[in-house]
Design a protein around this ligand. Structure first.
Ligand code: M6R
Length: 611
């Protein structure tokens, strides 16, 4: 969480930093701040979003050729002006922004308190900054050296950017566990938590690795490890266009991303799936195909929506590949000394590729000899880089905090892997394999049809927006979709919602049912359908309001439902890619009708880089 931006070069730094922060606001938006080298260090910071900071600085002299900026998702200390970044050191000569958590900050703080330091904020960041300054003074060393020494004592995760009043063109940056990208321009450098702040200026980027430190000047980029050895920066070409991170006429990124799904799935399948020839080409998977085929088990690790994709994949892999699959919350897996045997295959699923828990979970499994495959959206992200191999989802930048197009793209990739492995292993017949390839190929078209019902769903949003609670039910492949629908509603509309397996409902949640409770059934026509219809009847009998996602033309379910949302017919294995769409739209429109900030729901951040 938290977004960081930096610039040093001949241009005005402030507009670049502010624009960059707006693009990174998805990472956190509790407070915002900038530090500028403007005849001495000038720091401006404010509780709230970037727009609030902009109002605060009206009339100020913001001229500077080097600056850093931060948009915060609070960890230590409540969101207020005091705790906003950048922080300044005791002398006022250093300014620092930080994304991450310093776990041993209390110990460092005690040491500094004993030396007479006092603190203006409640943050771990201010502690680290003063710790660095203390080393600089005591050792009479450069800032770069002090940062290196300090970081050897630090436990936790960080990306830090520092400005030093006495060296106004230089930015010192370091990373462990949180993302940092450096944009290389002509006589200028850009920094960001991702590449979006630098897109219109350069396509040449360096992804900084853990335990690396960079000294950045307009015409110089020096990369070192914490042992002070120089490293050669690996400059990569960025494959990302500006249009991909703009709203393109939609009211919100979330709506744009929901509507992009026919295209994102097309992009995800392109060059991989050839339904006519009966082939799926996935180089990363092919490399490990034998190990996957022979794996005794596959463990999916992920968080949030990505975890739901893992749950769908569990059903698909077990059905098509006959391999035992376990799906783990990365946060639980990493802490419970999991039993991993050599040859176990871990599939890490992550949109951002930076989720701290997922990252550590796979490091844990890798250390125990497992093969790590990443199903990741952000190219060059940490999870992509530490995985042995994998497959990108190619969904393009997802900026709305609620994950939508990333989920369906994850399903498409996981499905292709399962099809490939199942067919190669012989657990999937040629006939079924060919049929599923055809069906998968048709998903973009069917997604486009599902989206034509958006106005109808907007009407339902108006009808149900005042409900206090929702229950989402589904069975089989659609059970994880029920969980996902409930998660979308919670995060976007702040309405309490629970996802449950439809059959389990009788073991408790049915007690909640009365005439005020909308019960959303994910009830597309599949092998569980009759059972789900019985569950609908049970809800009806107790006067619950039944709202169903159904296959077009399903009259039985329509007859039992107060309202329906239709999706085209498709094979049950692929159904979640379609049945989730009405639920994304329902959550979106309820949020909009409630006049909530759907792209930046309260308390959330797009990528959770703290545990
Ligand atoms: O980037 P990741 O896929 O690893 O993120 C995992 C979760 O933080 C994410 O899916 C989160 O649950 C979303 N806000 C859900 O919409």
């Amino acid at each position: 969480m938290c977004g960081i931006v930096g610039y040093t070069g001949p241009r005005e730094a402030y507009p670049i930093v502010i624009k960059g922060l707006k693009r990174l606001e998805y990472r956190g938006y509790d407070s915002t701040g900038v530090a500028l080298q403007n005849d001495g260090l000038k720091v401006y910071k404010k509780k709230g979003k970037v727009a609030d900071l902009e109002e605060t600085v009206v009339g100020k002299n913001l001229h500077a050729h080097a600056g850093i900026g931060h948009t915060r998702w609070a960890t230590h200390g409540e969101p207020n002006d005091r705790n906003a970044h950048p922080h300044q050191s005791a002398s006022g000569k250093l300014a620092m922004i930080h994304n991450g958590i310093i776990e041993n900050y209390a110990q460092l703080k005690n040491e500094l308190l004993k030396k007479g330091y006092s603190f203006k904020s409640d943050t771990d960041t201010e502690v680290l900054l003063n710790f660095i300054e203390e080393i600089m003074i005591n050792n009479a060393c450069s800032l770069e050296e002090a940062v290196r020494v300090a970081l050897k004592r630090v436990v936790g995760a960080y990306v830090i950017l520092l400005l030093n009043e006495d060296d106004p063109e230089t930015i010192i940056a370091a990373r462990k566990g949180s993302p940092l990208v450096i944009g290389v321009g002509k006589g200028e450098h850009f920094l960001g938590s991702d590449a979006s702040p630098m897109l219109e200026y350069t396509k040449e980027v360096v992804y900084v690795n853990d335990y690396e430190l960079a000294i950045i000047r307009p015409d110089e980029l020096i990369l070192k490890n914490l042992g002070n050895e120089k490293l050669t920066p690996y400059v990569q070409k960025l494959d990302l266009e500006l249009a991909a991170i703009e709203k393109g006429g939609y009211d919100h990124f979330m709506l744009k991303e929901i509507f992009e799904q026919p295209q994102t799935i097309q992009d995800c399948l392109r060059g991989r799936l050839d339904a006519e020839a009966g082939t799926i080409t996935m180089a990363g998977i092919e490399q490990y195909a034998e190990q996957i085929i022979n794996a005794k088990r596959i463990v999916m690790v992920a968080c949030g929506t990505s975890w739901h994709a893992g749950l769908v994949a569990e059903y698909i892999f077990e059905e098509l590949c006959r391999i035992n699959v376990e799906v783990e919350y990365a946060s639980e897996f990493r802490y419970r000394n999991p039993v991993i045997s050599e040859g176990d295959v871990i599939i890490a699923i992550s949109q951002s590729g930076e989720t701290a828990d997922t990252l550590v979970a796979i490091e844990t499994a890798k250390a125990k000899g497992a093969i790590i495959l990443g199903v990741v959206n952000v190219v060059g992200s940490s999870i992509a880089r530490i995985s042995h191999a994998g497959a990108y989802t190619h969904a393009g930048p997802e900026i709305g905090v609620a994950s939508t197009k990333a989920f369906t793209a994850q399903l498409a990739v996981l499905c292709m892997i399962a099809l490939k492995i199942g067919y190669a292993k012989g657990t999937l017949s040629r006939e079924r394999y060919m049929g599923l390839l055809k069906e998968l190929n048709a998903i973009p078209e069917k997604l486009a049809i599902a989206l034509t019902h958006s106005e109808h769903i907007r009407g339902l949003a108006r009808k149900y927006m005042d409900a206090r609670d929702f229950l989402y039910l589904g069975r089989g492949y659609n059970f994880p979709v029920a969980l996902e629908g409930a998660l979308k509603l919670k995060e976007i509309s702040y309405i309490h919602a629970e996802g449950y397996p439809a059959a389990e409902m009788k073991h408790g949640p049915i007690a909640l049912v009365d005439e005020s409770l909308p019960v959303v059934f994910v009830a597309t026509r599949d092998s569980y359908h009759e059972k789900v219809v019985s569950n609908m009847q049970e809800i009806k009998a107790r006067k619950g309001m039944v709202v169903s996602v159904i296959t077009e033309g399903d009259e039985v379910s329509t007859g039992l439902s107060n309202d329906v949302m239709q999706v085209p017919e498709c094979d049950e294995i692929l159904a979640p890619m379609l049945s989730v769409v009405p639920l994304q739209l329902l959550a979106y429109y309820i949020g909009v009708e409630k006049k909530l900030d759907v792209d930046k729901p309260r308390n959330l951040a797009k990528s959770v880089t703290v545990e």
